[in-house]
Design a protein around this ligand. Sequence first.
Ligand SMILES: [Ca+2]
Ligand SMILES: [Ca+2]
Ligand SMILES: [Ca+2]
Ligand SMILES: [Ca+2]
Length: 321
Amino acid sequence: MHRNRLSYLSLALAAVLALPASAVVTGPIPEPAQGPALQPDSEVSAAKAALELIGGGAVLNSDFDGNGSSDIVWRNYTTGANTVWLLNGANFVSSVSLPSVSNLGWFIAATGDFNADGSVDILWRNNLVQPGNTQQGLNSVWLMNGTTYVGSVSLPAQLDSNWRIRGAGDFNGDGSPDIVWRNFATGANVLWLMDGVILTSTVSLPAVGLDWVIYGSGDADYDNNGTPDIIWRNTKTGANSIWLMDGPAYSASAILPAVSPNVGWEPNAFGDYSADGKPDIIWRNYTTGANTLWLLDGTTFVGSLALPAVGDRNWEMEGPR
Ligand SMILES: [Ca+2]
Ligand SMILES: [Ca+2]
Ligand SMILES: [Ca+2]
Ligand SMILES: [Ca+2]
């Protein structure tokens, strides 16, 4: 065990140290919005429950339009279209198209306010190893003003496609979102501590077996200790777990209810959708197109609520995370 941990650590360090100090790249090129905006399926939205708002929650870093409610980011991996759903609590209000990115190798990797201007930004990683994809390995932040694209900034590249960005949150409390990486070949996990869009240092987290996948972080602080936490799901057993973080260090785990594997559910968005100041989890079912909100009281499951479905499963829910 100890030896494995050390080998993961050295692998992780080797991987991050191999990064160029700075890479001049163009990032995903915004294109005019195209096609219809992502809309809820009408037959399901009619059945959606209104959620009684109990008011007063913190305004989280998952709120694109500044109305105090967390929103939802979508990307269509067939068309390249991108959309934000604006919500009022758990109620769908409207959808806003973002610029398209036609290179489907670009994944929306995380969200966070990287330039500390009060608007949530979008972190992209191009992770697709494919002939002709010259942007593989690049990472870029879209700086946003609300739901308006302002510009993009390149982060250091990471050419090893086994390293995937799985979320971002301010772990060391300096105001800059830090980036959560997981290596899908080795099980190693690393934080990039950021100063805005500048990588300042890396921190290795404990390694975890490959059945477990990190689904997100964001600013979701489930135990209210001031540090965002990390959501894990075991894709073989259906178990779900939260890593409670103490700054940029693992502190303890909390168990969430299990969700059967192999029926399509993935936890995809992490924010406060019940306006009680406590983060919740939105699940998307990639078999049926259904979306469901888990209401949490800290790390305790309280109940679930159906959200509008999106039958077109080319649309993937990409955060906030
Ligand atoms: Ca909002
Ligand atoms: Ca920003
Ligand atoms: Ca930070
Ligand atoms: Ca926490």
